[in-house]
Write a protein that binds this ligand. Structure first.
Ligand code: FAD
Length: 358
């Protein structure tokens, strides 16, 4: 597999539960912080039987991600839960700090080569390598890129009180309360309380294209990366600080607090409606397969569904013709869900851009 972020880790667990030997190649280092706030919709402590013949009951992957409590949670916490569970699976090797630079496949096997020239060979090659996926280029070479949706999302976290959700003119603000490290949502509910409960805000802004282009985060119609406060123009953050006045209290203060603490991320929103999810011995899952607007709150959730489906389909192995059959069936079962999920966020983008132009 290429990529060990949320969808990749979920898939690695799902494949290991079918008894497969799994190697995951991830270019990032093992310890990662930051990221966004997510709403998790499922995983209320359900269990399932492992498919490797052991008969052992284990939590569903959604329950691992949510720790049995669906709702808002920080990205880093979800990643840590999935990474811990994956590390305990038999037959699992996760190689961090390993960037894949080339992939390929023939009738019998698939392979990936890293920057050091090491080649890893397997029966199938799932790509969980995110919105700028390299594996997607081999699956649908004529439709390889997620395209800029025309607006930016500014996100930040702040430890202060606020109320949820507000829309005003051509901007849209969404507020999520994140639990602290103990999972507590209410101040004073935890024993240690070493990390205060925080608010995670998302400001959808259709007016920052030029800034993103000048900073290199947007080239043509392809989003390149997110800008974090430290490597971004101070003048733009002064501008966001000033424009925060636009929001009623207490949201204005929350945004300003994040700007002052240098805890703001600007992400050019990209979207990708897939036409294919598999080709031969390769497949894509998670953001590699479908990139929705964050307003759908569904990117990770759909990646989880991909991981569960693909894992279940590998019950009878992936060697030879069986591997090709599994990936064809995966595409058949997941393509329409993926397309609908991305399209469900496009109406929001259209109305945001319409209001900006009116
Ligand atoms: C502001 C915001 C709010 C969101 N809110 C929600 C929500 O409430 N609910 C929800 O379900 N979803 C939400 N999402 C979407 C969700 O965050 C994503 O769908 C999810 O994080 C994608 O995970 P992924 O593993 O598919 O991709 P990524 O996290 O992009 O992971 C890809 C991984 O592949 C690795 N990689 C890439 N290329 C290579 C290579 N060549 N070699 C080795 N490794 C490589 C990367 O280092 C990375 O670790 C939100 C997104 C945003 C931006």
């Amino acid at each position: 597999m290429v990529g060990a972020s949320l969808a990749g880790l979920a898939l690695s667990i799902s494949l290991a539960r079918s008894g497969l030997t799994v190697t995951v190649l991830e270019r990032a280092v093992e310890q990662r912080n930051g990221g966004t706030g997510l709403r998790l919709w499922g995983g209320m402590g359900e269990t399932v039987q492992r498919r490797d013949g052991s008969g052992i009951r284990v939590p569903t992957i959604a329950s691992i991600a949510s720790a049995g409590v669906p709702g808002p949670v920080g990205w880093a916490m979800v990643r840590r839960r999935l990474a811990d569970a994956a590390a305990n699976e038999p037959g699992m090797a996760i190689r961090y700090d390993t960037e894949v630079v080339k992939i390929g496949a023939d009738a019998d096997s698939a392979w990936a080569r890293d920057t050091a020239g090491l080649v890893y060979t397997g029966d199938i090659l799932p790509g969980d390598d995110g919105h700028r996926s390299m594996v997607r280029r081999s699956i649908d070479p004529e439709h390889p890129d997620a395209r800029y949706a025309g607006y930016t999302i500014w996100t930040g976290k702040a430890p202060c009180d606020a109320a949820p959700g507000w829309q005003e003119g051509r901007n849209y603000m969404n507020m999520i309360t994140l639990p602290n490290q103990d999972g507590a949502m209410i101040v004073g509910e935890t024993q240690t309380n070493d990390e205060p409960r925080r608010y995670f805000w998302q400001w959808y802004d259709p007016t920052s294209d030029n800034y993103l282009r000048e900073a290199g985060a947007l080239v043509g119609s392809v989003s390149q990366y997110s800008l974090v406060n430290e490597n971004s123009a101070a003048s733009k953050y002064a501008d966001i600080h000033r424009r925060a006045a636009h929001w009623p209290a207490p949201w204005d203060d929350i945004v300003r607090h994040s700007v002052r603490r240098q805890s703001v991320i600007a992400t050019p929103i990209a979207e990708y409606v897939p036409r294919r999810l598999a080709r031969g011995r390769m497949a894509i899952i998670g953001d590699a397969a479908h990139v929705p607007s964050p307003v759908t709150d569904a990117g990770f959730d759909t990646g989880l569904g991909d991981a569960e489906t693909l894992g279940e389909l590998t019950d009878h192995g992936v060697i030879g013709e069986q591997g090709l059959k599994v990936l064809r069936e995966y595409e058949k079962q997941r393509l329409i869900t993926a397309q609908r999920m991305v399209r469900s966020g496009q109406g929001f983008g259209d109305s945001l851009l319409d209001s900006a132009n009116s």
